[in-house]
Design a protein. Structure first.
Length: 428
């Protein structure tokens, strides 16, 4: 914020630098009473501070017209915590003209009166003056409060300014303290979230190792089962009905073997760093569906595949793309709950590959769509959500040179759209 001195033509300031005379201070010394300091020291949150500030300022200035603004650093703007309809236009004017900025830069209390150039303000505040008190800490803006009060004699102005300087110092310190406490609470919350997610990540790593071991244990007996089935099928004298049943058993056994192999690939360490595999996106989607099909079917969710046979292969990491679609299947299942539909569509376009992953669930509120790919952001806190699935999904897609976006489907549901640029294999 750069300092701009306010126009002396538009606003007149009584710049009283002398300390108040002792009789004024003595006469009003009861203002900072034991009760006052007791209330001040008991403030623990922003709401109590605002109530206390409002009561104190009104009492000191004998005014019921007050506004209080705080500086929002992340937005680089002032926001009202106590607003006043009558004061709003002049506050906007003071911000635009740099008057607030100059007051904060100089950390100077201003006693102002609207002159004839501000006719509409003069009518509102005829016979009144404005008192502007900036709040800063170590040169950084915290906010300001402004009040409309009656004209004071110069001696009274000196007295009021003396007390306002005390309030200014106390309120600035309290504002900074409350802001620091809020930031510490937020940091502790984030730290707690990170610790929880690290613990969850540790569990997932352990689970991955366990899955690999279990898959190996399953794979061995399944190999034996398939071998025995092959031997039985070689016996031509078996009844036709038994042959058909053996075909069914073989198909199911091969499906188990297929899933086990996918689990082994999915849990294999180091495979995420490879980028030189030929990725056949339709096959990856089918493999991902095989891994999640049972959970989806148990929940009564129907899958609709519309896969373009003309999709082009590209170089990348098959394991990572499988993780992308597993994450999307899991995310859709959690959003749908019981019963619903998931629609997966692939299309080879002139500009590249387009993948649509759509469900008919409740959709994603517009206000959180921008956050949905952030790490640790979850709407399922306490329900098993880690806030990592979609974040990892986006990082994988980005690392392959693609893009992923989300939008609400008109009527109902959400749609994730993944695009991969054309001739990706040539770029690699």
């Amino acid at each position: 914020m750069s300092a701009v001195r306010p126009s002396e033509v538009v606003l007149h300031q009584w710049d009283i630098k002398r300390k108040p005379v002792s009789e004024n201070a003595n006469r009003n010394g009861h203002f900072f009473s034991e009760k006052y300091f007791g209330e001040l020291n008991s403030i623990t949150d922003g709401d109590k501070f605002i109530q206390f500030a409002q009561k104190t300022i009104k009492r000191l200035l004998a005014s019921s017209t007050l506004c209080f603004y705080v500086w929002k650093h992340e937005k680089q703007q002032f926001e009202p915590v106590i607003s006043n309809e009558a004061l709003a236009p002049i506050i906007s004017y003071q911000i635009e003209e740099g008057i607030i900025e100059w007051s904060l830069h100089e950390n100077k209390i201003l006693f102002l009166r609207p002159e004839h150039e501000l006719n509409h303000f003069s009518k509102l505040f005829s016979g009144k003056m404005l008192v502007l008190v900036p709040l800063t800490i170590m040169g950084e803006p915290l906010g300001f409060f402004e009040s409309v009060t009656r004209y004071f004699r110069q001696g009274t102005i000196r007295e009021k300014k003396y007390y306002l300087k005390i309030l200014q110092s106390q309120f600035s310190g309290l504002c900074a303290s409350l802001q620091l406490k809020k930031e510490v609470r937020e940091m502790n919350r984030i730290r707690g979230d990170i610790e929880t997610q690290l613990l969850q990540s540790g569990k997932l790593i352990a689970l991955g190792e366990l899955v690999g071991g279990v898959a190996h244990e399953i794979n061995n007996p399944m190999t034996t089962i398939l071998g025995r089935i092959q031997i039985l099928k070689m016996r031509h004298h078996l009844p036709q009905t038994l042959q058909q049943k053996l075909e069914i058993v073989e198909d199911e056994a091969r499906r188990v073997t297929h899933i086990v192999r996918d689990l082994l690939n999915f849990s294999r360490k180091g495979s995420e760093y490879k980028r030189n595999e030929i990725v056949k996106i339709n096959e990856v989607i089918k493999k991902s569906l095989d891994l999640t099909r049972h959970t989806l079917e148990v929940e009564g969710i129907t899958i609709h595949l519309d896969l373009d046979p003309g999709t082009k292969e590209f170089l990348g990491n098959t394991n990572q793309w499988q993780q992308v679609f597993v994450n999307l299947f899991v995310n859709a299942q959690q959003a749908l709950g019981r019963e619903g539909h998931i629609f997966i569509k692939t299309r080879q376009m002139k500009k590249g590959l387009k993948i649509s992953f759509k469900d008919n669930g409740p959709g994603i509120p517009k206000e959180i769509q921008k956050k949905i790919f952030d790490s640790f952001f979850t709407t399922k806190a306490g329900k098993g959500g880690t806030g990592l699935g979609l974040s990892i999904t986006k990082k994988i897609v980005d690392s392959h040179g693609g893009t992923i976006s989300v939008r609400n489907v008109q009527g109902k549901g959400a749609e994730f759209i993944i695009t991969m640029p054309a001739k990706k294999e040539e770029e690699n």
